[in-house]
Design a protein around this ligand. Structure first.
Ligand code: AMP
Ligand code: FE
Ligand code: FE
Ligand code: ZN
Length: 283
């Protein structure tokens, strides 16, 4: 069984429609995949329908952007939650609207030095999609400022850049509680991705675990090899499930579908812990 529990579509910062992600998952030989767009569940229906047509299983998911009090970015994967639960929905709607203001502000700052404006960025955002720095990156590529998304993140879009602006995001401990209250299963995405910026210390892991964290995404290209043993140890100490996944973004990132996989046992544990009535969709 090949199971990949972390992918993005153009409903956030991936480059393919949700249905195309499902077809790409089938072509990559996956049996099960999850769609986990940033702060939205809008792709679930299309991805689920296309997965059924392609004969593979679909796990509805989402990746919630969070920020600690110290300003450290944390990504929390949520599986099988009720997409209409009011408290969680209000929080992600607030993030999504703050993302829009923040992206506009970043573009305003960038436009002082580079030939870019909001109209060019908007052309790279699909209708209703969660807006992020990758869309600004795509616009910068179009106007020839950088060669790729990666080059943009390594320079003008870095969190250390003078053009960087933060957006509202829930505290990760609060987000874990919101996911559980929505009947979902919270998994800490790429917890030790040091290349992306600062990562949280043991006290935040413990607070998230106390709040009901279900698992850790261990096999992910952004977790350094030497850090993974530490995550596995933490998982066994606290009886957390572990996952592995690609974090596929279509052509927006080099990550390939199925490059890391999740065990059947972990998927079963996710299904057992979900209490929202939303289940894995089998063909
Ligand atoms: P934002 O949430 O708007 O702050 O942007 C962060 C998003 O940008 C993450 O979800 C990643 O998918 C994406 N990202 C981060 N670093 C890179 C990179 N080097 N190349 C392409 N995409 C990236
Ligand atoms: Fe992303
Ligand atoms: Fe992430
Ligand atoms: Zn992701």
């Amino acid at each position: 069984m090949k199971i990949d529990l972390h992918t993005h579509s153009a409903d956030s910062d991936g480059t393919e429609r949700p249905g195309d992600v499902a077809r790409a998952a089938r072509a990559a030989g996956l049996d099960v995949f999850a769609l986990t767009d940033h702060d939205t569940t809008s792709g679930w229906q299309e991805a689920g329908d296309a997965a059924a047509a392609a004969g593979i299983s679909f796990v509805p998911g989402m990746e919630i952007s969070c920020t600690t009090g110290d300003g450290i970015s944390v990504h929390l994967l949520s599986y099988l939650h009720d997409p209409e639960e009011p408290a969680l929905l209000a929080e992600i709607e607030s993030s999504r609207s703050s993302r829009l203001t923040r992206a506009a502000r970043m573009v305003e700052l960038l436009s002082v030095d580079y030939p870019i404006d909001w109209d060019i960025v908007r052309e790279h955002v699909h209708d209703g999609a969660t807006v992020g720095r990758p869309h600004i990156a795509d616009a910068l590529v179009t106007v020839g400022v950088v060669e790729s998304r990666s080059a943009a993140f390594a320079s003008v879009l870095s969190s250390r850049s003078r053009y960087y602006v933060a957006h509202h995001a829930p505290d990760p401990v609060h987000a874990v509680r919101l996911v559980r209250a929505a009947g979902g299963v919270p998994v800490f995405a790429h917890p030790l991705a040091t290349a992306r910026g600062r990562v949280v210390g043991p006290e935040v892991f413990e607070a998230m675990i106390d709040a009901g964290l279900a698992g850790l995404e261990v096999a992910h290209r952004d977790n350094p090899e030497e850090a993974r043993a530490r995550l596995v140890r933490m998982a066994s100490e606290h009886d957390l499930l572990v996952t592995g996944s690609s974090d596929y973004h279509g052509s927006g990132k080099p990550n390939r579908l199925g490059e890391n996989l999740t065990s059947v046992q972990s998927l079963v544990r996710i299904e057992e812990q979900a209490s929202s009535g939303v289940g894995v969709r089998h063909p």
